[in-house]
Design a protein around this ligand. Structure first.
Ligand code: GTP
Length: 437
């Protein structure tokens, strides 16, 4: 009894017998191998004003023509403007690690005459993916291993480089999206702003984001171990990291990230080939941190915080969705008490409610139809009554007229009967007289 009262954490950790290797020290490697074999699902949604370079940026980010899809059957071949929500899936492999990438490209806000609720469809899209996952999680036969997790891990919100600030539509959209997903604001086509303009524009946007209480993805503090590989890459490429002196710029001062997109290689002034855009006055390189934040954003997004983006999606946003959903279903207690059987019970009740609702609706429609039919019959009856009443009047008038004609005829006949003998004798007298003469 005494030993059972000793708290578990108070016991010193047991070490393995010296020199004996049991194998559990290999667990991290096992987890690593399993994760590599399974690969990752990364789902990114890109939203923002039309023509801000969203699709070009995505191609640049993954250093491949995501939208080309020539080698990947079933993938959309998209050229030109996005006109509907488009889902593009590609599998990228880097050093043996597979990433099943899904890019959801939303038509640019501002594409339609009425944009008032454009972001609502994006929020609905994100919620739908959570709901699909929730249903899969709660189904009696769960298959989360083979299930393609479509929950959105990150929303890249593109801001037009207009130099003025956020549009009311952007504010509303970002406010709504910030509570649903990891929002990362990005200034697209940043090469259209000078460095000073870009700095000012960023400050202005940061102020507006703060004033409007917009929730963004909170970049966690970086762990040096997370980026050890990058040191190697930076040296190999002969390029500095974020700042001139190789020191990292605080992430918060970079938000919103200014990015330039391009999939073509241009000749730089120092004779290198670099991805960028060529202008009559020079070239802009997308991978040059002096020109834009593309490299920093790519590093933060794909190298440093990818796993955190997934964790926040699962632990915060998806959890919020679950709480909200179950809250709507039947209060907070339902969340704890929910089991597959109770879910079935709820579904049964739901379907009963739905059937009863349908029955009531059909009864209402039937009653209404009957009422309409009766009214129609009554109207027809009234019409006929009116018609018959008129016919009666006409017949009566006709009968009276006929009677009058008959009376007139009788009178005429009587009169003719009276004057006929007189006329006859007059005519006879006339005849005799003319004969005698
Ligand atoms: P929608 O599909 O309409 O929402 O547009 P989008 O935001 O996906 O823009 P897209 O990538 O299709 O680019 C629109 C135009 O801008 C194209 O002509 C691109 O070549 C050009 N463009 C893309 N990125 C940049 C950039 O960083 N700088 C400049 N100057 N032009 C860019």
């Amino acid at each position: 009894v005494a030993s059972a009262q000793v708290p578990a954490q108070a016991q010193p950790p047991l070490s393995a017998v010296p020199g004996k290797y049991n194998g559990y020290a290999d667990l991290p490697n096992q987890v690593y191998r399993r994760t590599v074999r399974k690969g990752f699902a990364l789902n990114i949604i890109v939203v923002g004003e039309t023509g801000t370079g969203k699709s070009t940026f995505i191609n640049s980010l993954f250093s491949s023509d995501i939208y080309d899809g020539k080698d990947s059957p079933g993938i959309s071949n998209r050229i030109g403007q996005t006109i509907q929500v488009e889902k593009t899936r590609v599998t990228l492999v880097e050093k043996g690690v597979q990433v099943r990438l899904t890019i959801v490209d939303v038509p640019g806000f501002g594409h339609y005459v009425d944009n008032s609720n454009t972001w609502e469809s994006v929020v609905a899209y994100i919620d739908k993916r959570y709901h699909e996952y929730l249903e899969r999680e709660m189904s009696i036969k769960r298959d989360l291993e083979g299930y393609s997790d479509d929950r959105i891990h990150c929303c890249l919100y593109f801001i037009a480089p207009n130099g003025h600030g956020l549009r009311p539509l952007d504010i509303q959209a970002m406010k709504a999206l910030g509570t649903k997903v990891n929002v990362i604001p990005v200034i697209g086509r940043a090469d259209t702003l000078t460095s000073d303009e870009c700095k000012e524009f960023k400050e202005k946007i940061r102020r507006e984001l703060k004033d409007n209480g917009i929730k963004l993805y909170d970049f966690p503090a970086e762990n040096e171990n997370d980026v050890e590989d990058e040191e190697h890459d930076s040296k190999r490429n002969g390029r500095h990291k974020d700042g001139e002196d190789g020191k990292k710029t605080p992430v918060n001062s970079l938000i919103p990230f200014s990015v330039i997109g391009s999939s073509t290689f241009v000749d730089t002034r120092d004779g290198r080939k670099a991805r960028g855009r060529k202008y009559p006055w020079g070239t802009v390189e997308i991978d040059n941190p002096d020109h834009c934040d593309f490299v920093v954003l790519r590093r933060l997004l794909l190298r440093v915080h990818l796993s955190d983006l997934m964790d926040v999606t699962n632990d915060v946003h998806y959890e919020n969705y679950r709480v909200e959903y179950f809250g709507k279903l039947g209060g907070r207690n339902a969340i704890e008490q929910r089991s597959p059987l109770s879910q079935l019970e709820t579904e049964k009740k739901d379907s009963e409610v739905r059937i009863n609702k349908m029955k009531n609706e059909m009864q209402t429609i039937f009653d209404q139809k009957v009422r309409e039919k009766i009214k129609k019959l009554e109207d027809t009856e009234k019409d006929l009554e009116k018609k018959y009443a008129n016919w009666d009047k006409e017949w009566e008038a006709q009968r009276k007229k006929l009677e009058q004609d008959r009376t007139d005829y009788e009178l005429m006949k009587k009169q003719l009967g009276e004057i006929y003998p007189q006329l006859y004798s007059i005519l006879q007298d006339e005849l005799l007289r003319s004969t005698n003469q």
